[in-house]
Write a new protein. Structure first.
Length: 611
C-alpha cells in the first residue's frame, strides 16, 4: 500500500514584519530614500498602466520593459473570441474536476474515522474503492537531533563496511573452493589418464556419463564372468581414485601342487595379498583381473574334467587330480589343481632349485595360456563370417585345458623314465668296460605353419608330443658303434606310446604302451645290441639269433671233439649277465664286478675273430 504524507500549515499566525525590516527591504530595492520622489513614483505607475514614459526614464528601465513579454492582444474576430471562450470553459472544467477529485479524496480519507463523510462520496468512487481504504496519522514535529543523525550515519557506514567485508570473504571462499576443485579435478584426471596409459579400458558405468569405470576382464569370457569384469571408479575428497568397494577384496588364485608318495613336494607361486587399505589402485585392478581369470579357468577345467575319467583325472570337491607315475613303485603320484583364496598368509615363493616347484609353476602357466588361446579362438570364430542359419548348432564348447596338461604329464613321466633308465644302462655298460653315450629325450616346441612364440607353444601342447632319446654303444676295437633310438609319442586322448629302433638291424621296432614294459624292452634291445657286437668279434662258427640275445655254435661233423655251444646275454634290473658254457659272469651297477671286461670275456671264451 502506497503512503502519502501531508505537511500541515503552521499552527501559529505569521508575525507582521517590523518597520525596520520594511525599511531595510526598501533600501535594498530602491536605494537611498533621497532618490524616491513623488514624480518618480508617478512615472513608475504610468509605465505600469501602459502610458508613454517620460523623458526621465533611464536606460535601465527601458531594458527591463523590453525584456518583459508583451501582453496578449484582445481578440479582434469572432473566431478568436470563441477560441478564447472555449479555452476558458476548458480550464474551468478542469478546475472543477480537480476540485471534485480533491473533495472525494478528502471524503474517502475521513471515512475511516467519520462515517458521515461517506455521504459526500459519489457512486463512481463507491464502486471500485471501499470506505476506509486510506488512513492518516498525525505526527508531531520533532526537533532535529544531530547526535542521533551522526550515530545513524556511523551505523550505516559500519553496516556498509560489514557488507563489503562479507562480500570479500565470500569471494575469497569461492576462490579457495575453486582452487580445491581445480586441484581435485587435476588429480582425478591425472590418475584416470595414468590408468588409460597402462592399457586398462576406461568406460562409462550404468549408462551415465558422469560416472566412469574400468574394464579389467576379458571380452570373450563366459557371461557370468564378463558381467563382473567392470568396476566403477570412486573419488574421495582429495581427488584420489579408488576401485569400487568389494571388487578385488577377496581374490582367489589357481594353485598347482605336485604330490609324490602322499607328500606335497612342489607348489606353484601364489602372491600374498596385503591389507586393502595399503594396496594401490593398479594392484587392486590387476588382482581383480587375475582373480576372475583364475575363477573362469577353474570352472572350465571342472567342466572338462567330468569327461576325462579314462585319463586318470578325478574330481574331489573343488580340487582336480591328474594322476601320473614316475616311479613304478609309487602309483599315487599326482598333480592337484585347486582354487584357493589369497591372503597375506597363503603367499608362497617359487624355489627355482626345486624341479617340482618349477613343474608346478609351468603347469599353472600352461593352463592360463590354454585359456587365453581359447579366448582368442572364440574371438576369431566370432569375427569370421557366420554360417547359414540352417547349419548353425547351438553347442556350448568345452575348452581343451586339462587334456593337454594330462598328456604333458604322461609324456614328461615317460621322458624321465626313459632318460633315467638309459642313464642307468650307460652306467652299467661302463662298469662292464663298454663305452657308450646317451642323448636324453626332451620336448621341443614345433614351429610348423609359421607359428612362433605362444602360438607355437600352444600348438605343441595340443598336438602329438614326440620326444626321442638315443643310446650309442661303442663296438670293441675298430668295430662300428650301434645305436638304440627310443621314441615317445603322446596325444591328448591317449597314454604315451614307446617305440625302440635298433639302427642297422633292418629297422626293427619294439612298441610298448607302458613305462615298465618300456624298460624291459630297452633292456632286451641293449642285450641284443651287445650280442650282435660280440658275434662280430667271435669266430665265423658263432651265429647270433635275430629274435633274442643268444649266440649259438653248431658242432662240426668232421671234428668229433667239437660240440654245440650256447652263449646267452641278458640285461635286466641293472645287471648284465653273460652266460658262457662253463661259467656265468655278471656286471652290476653296485657291488663287485669281474676284473675282466665284457668284450675281453666274450672274446676269450668265444675265440678270436680270424684276421
Amino acid at each position: 500500500m502506497a503512503t502519502l504524507a501531508f505537511q500541515p500549515w503552521p499552527l501559529a499566525a505569521p508575525k507582521k514584519p517590523a518597520l525596520i525590516d520594511i525599511l531595510t527591504h526598501i533600501s535594498l530595492e530602491r536605494g537611498h530614500f533621497r532618490d524616491i520622489t513623488e514624480s518618480s513614483l508617478q512615472e513608475e505607475l504610468a509605465a505600469a498602466d501602459g502610458l508613454s514614459p517620460s523623458s526621465s526614464d533611464t536606460e535601465d528601465d527601458d531594458k527591463e520593459t523590453t525584456s518583459k513579454p508583451a501582453a496578449k492582444a484582445a481578440p479582434s474576430t469572432r473566431q478568436e473570441l470563441y477560441a478564447v471562450k472555449n479555452d476558458m470553459l476548458r480550464q474551468l472544467d478542469e478546475a472543477q474536476r480537480q476540485i471534485s477529485d480533491a473533495v472525494q479524496f478528502m471524503s474517502l480519507l475521513n471515512s475511516e474515522h467519520t462515517p458521515a463523510a461517506e455521504k459526500s462520496l459519489s457512486k463512481a468512487y463507491m464502486g471500485p474503492v471501499q470506505k476506509g481504504t486510506l488512513g492518516t496519522d498525525i505526527w508531531q514535529r520533532m526537533d532535529p537531533d544531530y547526535v542521533r543523525e551522526e550515530q545513524d550515519e556511523r551505523l550505516a557506514q559500519h553496516v556498509k563496511m560489514r557488507g563489503l567485508q562479507e562480500s570479500a570473504d565470500s569471494l575469497l571462499g569461492a576462490a579457495k573452493r575453486l582452487e580445491a576443485n581445480v586441484k581435485r579435478e587435476t588429480e582425478y584426471w591425472n590418475q584416470m589418464l595414468s590408468i588409460s596409459e597402462r592399457g586398462w579400458n576406461v568406460c562409462r558405468v550404468g549408462g551415465r556419463s558422469n560416472r566412469l569405470g574400468v574394464r579389467f576382464g576379458f571380452s570373450e569370457s563366459a557371461g557370468e564372468f564378463a558381467g563382473r569384469s567392470v568396476a566403477a571408479l570412486q573419488t574421495d575428497s582429495e581427488g584420489g581414485i579408488s576401485l569400487e568397494r568389494g571388487v578385488g577384496v577377496k581374490p582367489r588364485g589357481l594353485r598347482v601342487s605336485v604330490v609324490r608318495g602322499g607328500q606335497v613336494v612342489g607348489r606353484s607361486y601364489l602372491p600374498s595379498v596385503a591389507d586393502s587399505s595399503e594396496t594401490t589402485l593398479e594392484s587392486r585392478i590387476r588382482r581383480a583381473r587375475d582373480s576372475i581369470f583364475d575363477e573362469e579357468l577353474h570352472r572350465e577345467m571342472l567342466l572338462e574334467g567330468r569327461t576325462m575319467a579314462a585319463l586318470a583325472v578325478r574330481l574331489k570337491g573343488s580340487a582336480i587330480e591328474v594322476r601320473y607315475t614316475i616311479d613304478p613303485d609309487t602309483p599315487t603320484d599326482r598333480v592337484e589343481l585347486d582354487l584357493v583364496p589369497l591372503s597375506a598368509e597363503t603367499g608362497t615363493e617359487l624355489n627355482p632349485e626345486n624341479p617340482d616347484d618349477v613343474l608346478a609353476q609351468a603347469l599353472a602357466l600352461a593352463c592360463r595360456l590354454l585359456l587365453t588361446q581359447a579366448h582368442r579362438n572364440r574371438l576369431k570364430a566370432r569375427s569370421a563370417t557366420p554360417p547359414p542359419l540352417a547349419e548353425r548348432k547351438v553347442e556350448k564348447p568345452v575348452f581343451e585345458i586339462l587334456g593337454p596338461i594330462a598328456a604333458f604329464l604322461s609324456h614328461n613321466t615317460g621322458m624321465q623314465s626313459i632318460n633315467a633308465h638309459l642313464h642307468e644302462t650307460s652306467t652299467l655298460l661302463l662298469r662292464a668296460s663298454v663305452k657308450s653315450q646317451i642323448s636324453r629325450a626332451h620336448l621341443g616346441v614345433t614351429s610348423e605353419g609359421g607359428l612362433q612364440g605362444i602360438d607355437a607353444l600352444v600348438a605343441t601342447m595340443k598336438g602329438t608330443l614326440i620326444s626321442t632319446a638315443q643310446l650309442v654303444i661303442d663296438g670293441p676295437g675298430e668295430q662300428e658303434s650301434v645305436m638304440l633310438t627310443a621314441k615317445i609319442e603322446t596325444s591328448s586322448s591317449q597314454k604315451p606310446a614307446y617305440s625302440f629302433t635298433i639302427a642297422g638291424q633292418r629297422g626293427e621296432q619294439i612298441v610298448c604302451d607302458a613305462s615298465a614294459s618300456a624298460r624291459i624292452a630297452a633292456d632286451e634291445v641293449v642285450a641284443m645290441l651287445l650280442a650282435h657286437q660280440l658275434q662280430s668279434q667271435a669266430g665265423p662258427s658263432w651265429v647270433c639269433s635275430d629274435e633274442e640275445a643268444v649266440l649259438n655254435k653248431e658242432a662240426d661233423d668232421r671234428d668229433e671233439v667239437a660240440r654245440s655251444e650256447r652263449v646267452e646275454i641278458t640285461v635286466a634290473k641293472g645287471v648284465i649277465t653273460l652266460a658262457l658254457p662253463d661259467q656265468t659272469l655278471e656286471w652290476t651297477v653296485d657291488g663287485n664286478v669281474p676284473e675282466i671286461g665284457f668284450w675281453q670275456a666274450g672274446v676269450k671264451h668265444l675265440g678270436e675273430k680270424p684276421t
